[in-house]
Design a protein around this ligand. Structure first.
Ligand code: HEC
Ligand code: HEC
Ligand code: HEC
Ligand code: HEC
Length: 118
């Protein structure tokens, strides 16, 4: 009998139950959107959403947000960079902004900018 097996099994069960728990945890409205009393419907256009919100809701309230320039480096050169207006063109807001999970700066798939997505 392999002694590693039981602990591996326990680890697997823990891992599975953790991911089931994560899926069952109901998404919440957080931060500024909670302060502004947004409902699920405000972004999802549905009161019992099951999928990601479409960006047209973001645009209804925020417009095509123009952003601001910040200094960042690419390699050894400094650039004034506006993440909302750069060479990848008009990107879906929710590629970077999220509501229930940590946001992610899409640009950093290739660059290493320091600016933080809210
Ligand atoms: C500010 C806009 C916003 C509000 C308000 C909001 N959501 Fe979302 N929701 C999103 C976005 C953007 C995504 C996709 C990214 C993410 O998961 O954060 C999403 C994803 C989801 C998903 C899919 C998760 C997945 O695994 O694909 C569910 C379910 C969901 N929201 C439920 C809700 C519920 C329930 C509420 C109300 C309590 C709510 N949302 C309020 C923007 C919003
Ligand atoms: C019903 C209107 C409404 C919708 C829909 C909405 N927002 Fe907002 N959002 C607000 C308000 C109000 C604030 C708080 C005031 C402000 O910062 O403009 C805010 C704040 C923000 C902020 C700043 C957060 C911070 O911590 O400073 C970001 C980023 C943002 N929204 C992105 C989004 C994205 C992306 C979506 C779509 C998934 C979205 N919003 C949908 C109204 C909305
Ligand atoms: C490439 C990633 C990316 C995309 C795509 C993106 N954003 Fe942002 N957004 C950011 C980052 C990073 C910040 C914080 C720095 C800044 O303000 O420039 C931000 C800030 C914001 C803010 C908050 C400004 C403040 O400080 O109150 C709003 C509102 C916002 N974005 C709306 C949008 C909307 C609407 C879209 C889609 C039309 C969008 N963003 C698309 C990365 C992104
Ligand atoms: C798929 C990879 C990729 C992604 C994603 C990407 N870039 Fe780039 N970017 C490049 C490459 C390649 C260059 C060429 C210059 C270099 O890397 O030395 C570049 C150059 C730039 C430059 C230098 C000036 C210019 O226009 O030539 C800026 C500014 C820039 N990127 C901003 C952004 C921003 C902002 C985002 C996110 C909205 C982004 N990039 C996303 C690959 C990418």
């Amino acid at each position: 009998m392999n002694l590693l097996f039981p602990s591996a099994l326990v680890a697997l069960v823990l891992l599975l139950s953790a991911s089931i728990w994560a899926q069952n945890a109901a998404p919440k409205v957080t931060g500024k959107h909670a302060e502004a009393n947004l409902s699920c419907f405000s972004c999802h256009n549905q009161s019992a959403p099951t999928q990601a919100a479409p960006q047209f809701s973001c645009i209804l309230c925020h417009g095509l947000y123009k952003g601001t320039e910040r200094e960042e480096t690419i390699g050894r050169r400094k650039f004034k960079i506006n993440v909302h207006d750069a060479h990848p063109g008009q990107l879906d807001c929710t590629i970077c902004h999220t509501a229930h999970k940590p946001p992610k700066l899409y640009c950093n798939e290739c660059h290493s900018f320091k600016v933080i997505v809210k």
